[in-house]
Design a binder for this molecule. Structure first.
Ligand SMILES: Nc1ncnc2c1ncn2[C@@H]1O[C@H](COP(=O)(O)OP(=O)(O)OP(=O)(O)O)[C@@H](O)[C@H]1O
Ligand SMILES: [Mg+2]
Length: 267
């Protein structure tokens, strides 16, 4: 199905909204193949933005570039600006490890370390030099509370994380990400490997985290995008064809491709 790119409709955010992160003309190449063809999007602070679109449309590629995870993909390179706190973080001068403390990521499959629940959360903190046990204990509790997992695990913090259910493991991965106190949280289909009850727990967690974090989430689940996100960006063939308030994307999108996709006609 071919849709005209002239149809592109990217909503401008109100002038008084605070933008936590944005991209200008972001292009991602795998070798000489251009997979993202110049995407410019703003992400409003303390809001959830969903990235939706058919398989292969570039959602993960775009998301991964936001905290430079494409740096680790052989042959990949990223052009364009990623604006964060007045800096272009798509620049060789940026300390990527430092930047990722501010822009954290949770992947599709829960990937806890083969360590205890406690050690999963403290691992990165210790690597960054934090040694004070009381401080570490407090961050472990705060992070698990934040990820809505504390009550379920508080009596087994020193047991293996691998003994948790999939949904608990994913919330542990969210806890691990927020232990670093990031500003922006990127999530690539965080609930796609989970059952409906665990999915609901992860969604509730994200809605609660929105008070303190700016969240960008890739999802294939239209109901999930509609339930949790404030803004939705529709990706198609390496472009963002439409970006608007979620309610508009789902009830009266501006362009035909979005309408067809959210109605389930393809993808
Ligand atoms: N590591 C890679 N090397 C080469 N090409 C890649 C790589 N990763 C993705 N691509 C290509 O880039 C394009 C976008 O892929 P991407 O994984 O970003 O899509 P997606 O929207 O996340 O899809 P899905 O919904 O299936 O996860 C596809 O054509 C894909 O084949
Ligand atoms: Mg993907």
């Amino acid at each position: 199905m071919a849709y005209s790119l002239d149809d592109r409709f990217i909503r401008e955010l109100p002038a008084d909204s605070e933008i936590a992160l944005s991209t200008d003309d972001l292009r991602v190449f795998y070798g000489d193949k251009e997979a993202i063809h110049g995407v410019s999007l703003p992400f409003e602070r303390y809001k959830i933005t969903s990235l939706i679109g058919p398989s292969g449309s570039g959602k993960s590629t775009y998301l991964r570039s936001l905290n430079r995870m494409n740096d680790t993909v052989p042959g990949a390179h990223v052009e364009g600006r990623i604006n964060y706190r007045g800096l272009n973080i798509n620049s060789s001068e940026v300390d990527v490890y430092e930047m990722r403390k501010h822009i954290g990521m949770v992947f599709q499959r829960p990937n806890p370390f083969a360590k205890s629940i406690y050690d999963n959360i403290t691992f990165a903190l210790k690597r960054f030099g934090m040694r004070d046990k009381e401080q570490l204990d407090a961050i472990v509790e705060m992070s698990l509370q934040g990820a809505a997992l504390w009550d379920e695990v508080k009596d087994k913090l020193h047991k293996s994380a691998l003994a948790l259910s999939g949904g608990q493991q994913q919330r542990l991965c969210i806890a691990r990400a927020i232990a670093m106190h990031p500003d922006v949280l990127l999530l690539d289909e965080p609930a796609s490997a989970l059952d409906p009850i665990s999915t609901a727990a992860v969604e509730d967690t994200l809605l609660r985290l929105k008070d303190s974090y700016t969240i960008i989430i890739v999802t294939h689940n239209m109901q999930q995008a509609a339930r949790i996100s404030d803004y939705t960006a529709f990706f198609y063939s390496g472009q963002c064809l439409e970006f608007d308030e979620t309610s508009k994307i789902f009830t009266r999108p501006k362009i035909q491709a979005t309408d067809d996709y959210v109605a389930g006609h393809f993808g």
